[in-house]
Design a protein around this ligand. Structure first.
Ligand code: RB5
Length: 151
């Protein structure tokens, strides 16, 4: 299956996002870059909501979000119903969050990790499948909670 990937980030993630875009190009991935396109100051929630809503709507299979720490943009992305955004700075978690959490959005901090580790994380995360079974029951509980407006 060819994954369709939406990518975006704020100024804190700009340089790393450009490196990840180059990686997606080199892998011949189908992707769209939703900005930002310069290192000028912007607000990370705008980018998180754009990518998150496109993944949740099924327009894209996966999203990649990058800010300075990855924290703000992952918090914002997880406010979008249907998004399971994982903040990842190591290869073990990249693999585990696909297998166990079926994460559909990956967040990273451009001021936290180096380009080569980030590229390895992205390739691992894109290539790993969800294991299902008992992990699916847990995701069902999250979805049920999310769908209950009286929470
Ligand atoms: C922007 O300066 C910075 O706050 C942002 O990129 C991110 O790290 C927030 O969590």
């Amino acid at each position: 299956m060819t994954l369709k990937v939406a990518i975006a980030g704020d100024h804190g993630g700009f340089e790393l996002k450009q490196k990840i875009v180059e990686l997606l190009e080199s892998l011949n991935m189908t992707y769209e870059d939703f900005g930002c396109y310069t290192c000028g100051s912007v607000d990370y929630p705008d980018y998180a909501f754009t990518v998150g809503s496109k993944v949740a709507a099924g327009e894209f299979d996966r999203g990649i979000l990058i800010c300075g720490t990855g924290v703000g943009i992952s918090i914002a992305a997880n406010k979008v119903k249907g998004v399971r955004c994982a903040l990842v700075h190591d290869v073990f978690t990249a693999k585990a969050t696909r297998q166990h959490n079926d994460s559909n959005v990956l967040a990273m901090g451009g001021r936290v990790i180096g380009d080569e580790l980030a590229k390895m994380i992205v390739q691992t995360w894109l290539g790993e499948a969800f294991m299902g079974e008992h992990h699916a029951n847990r995701l069902d509980k999250i979805a049920a909670y999310e769908g209950n407006e009286s929470n």
